[in-house]
Design a protein around this ligand. Structure first.
Ligand SMILES: [Mn+2]
Length: 349
């Protein structure tokens, strides 16, 4: 297991030097953020980013994300041009030593929450998804702002995208994903980069838009589209795990034993009764997931990919990017490291 940490570049209030001080930290997970989705990343900006990361004593080997242009997801004629750009990005990142690229295939919206600063009993704040709040949101009224989402869309553009997706059901989205994978996975193989799709978060349709990477059945289907180890998963426990119908321990065991998990996002989530959930501290009793059992499933299957603590709460007065402060994620990283050390020292072999 190679411990890693997401970093948003030089503008991130969480400095690389701080991340470096977290025990057992190995790699930085980052991306080029100042280019439009679908364009080719310049070699200069890749090199600058790599140098910056390596200067701090950490490794530059995981990219999250190279985003997939909506035209690819929609299967528009213009997709081929964007797929060529995507391939070029894989080649360039391969030359820079990158080993894993995380991406997702969610239409329009990335991870979705209804509130970013819900206060918990201990007065920390966290990200939540309340079904009741979501049902009151109108993505087309021009006021919606969501984290992890490109809010630069103009109202008219968003309406056009929604219209386009009205013709794109789940099966069409699967076809478009397959078309994309069949072109990019051979390039990933040639450049020794493992592609790792992030599951949909939350793993169900929102705002009437289809979502397909949601459960065991869909993960099986996804892995068969191109049956290569270069076509793998970012296994996000907080995304797949926000519904009780997904058994995290069983799924981690299954896909880790198949060698198809290249990147783990480990976080805990508290599932509420009505299809809502709250993000919680990593410690198992704080949420609905058994983090020790998840780590044991990885350990027993000799997981040697990358792993990062996922979102954290805001604690100790920290302010900054919701979910991506330093303190709670560092606590999560240390908790994970402690579990891993215990497993390695007490296992029989
Ligand atoms: Mn995740």
């Amino acid at each position: 297991m190679k411990l890693s940490f997401r970093w948003y570049g030089t503008d991130d209030p969480v400095k690389l030097d701080y991340i470096r001080q977290i025990p057992n930290m190995n790699s930085i997970v980052t991306a080029i953020y100042d280019v439009p989705v679908g364009s080719v990343w310049s070699n200069e900006s890749i090199t600058r980013l790599k140098d910056e990361v390596e200067k701090s004593g950490l490794k530059f080997d995981v990219i999250e994300s190279v985003p997939v242009h909506e035209d690819i997801k929609l299967g528009l004629p213009t997709r081929d041009e964007y797929i060529e750009n995507y391939k070029e990005n894989i080649r360039r990142l391969g030359k820079a030593g990158v080993k894993v690229i995380c991406y997702n295939f969610m239409p329009i919206f990335d991870w979705t929450r209804t509130q970013l600063d819900k206060m918990l009993e201990d007065k920390s704040t966290t990200l939540v998804y309340y079904k009741e709040q979501l049902e009151k949101m109108d993505p087309l009224n021009g006021e919606l702002s969501l984290p992890g989402w490109d809010s630069s869309y103009k109202k008219e553009d968003l309406q056009k995208l929604f219209d386009a997706y009205a013709q794109t059901d789940e099966e069409k989205l699967w076809d478009n994903l397959e078309y994309f994978l069949k072109q990019i996975i051979p390039v990933a193989e040639q450049n020794d980069i493992k592609m790792a799709i992030h599951p949909d978060d939350p793993p169900w349709n929102i705002f009437g838009l289809p979502r397909i990477i949601t459960c065991e059945k869909s993960l099986d289907r996804f892995l068969k589209l191109v049956d290569s180890k270069y076509n793998g998963l970012t296994f996000c426990t907080g995304s797949l795990g926000c519904t009780k119908t997904n058994d995290m321990v069983k799924l981690v065991e299954k896909y880790a034993s198949q060698g198809r998990i290249h990147f783990m996002h480990v976080r805990n989530v508290k599932i509420l009764d009505d299809g809502s959930f709250e993000e919680s501290a990593h410690f198992s009793p704080c949420g609905s997931l058994d983090i020790v059992a998840i780590m044991k499933a990885l350990y027993d299957n000799k997981f040697d990919g990358y792993l990062r603590p996922d979102h954290g709460r805001m604690i100790w007065g920290e302010t900054g990017r919701p979910g991506y402060g330093l303190f709670d994620r560092a606590l999560g990283a240390s908790y994970i490291t402690g579990i891993w050390e215990t497993l390695s020292k007490t296992s029989k072999e």
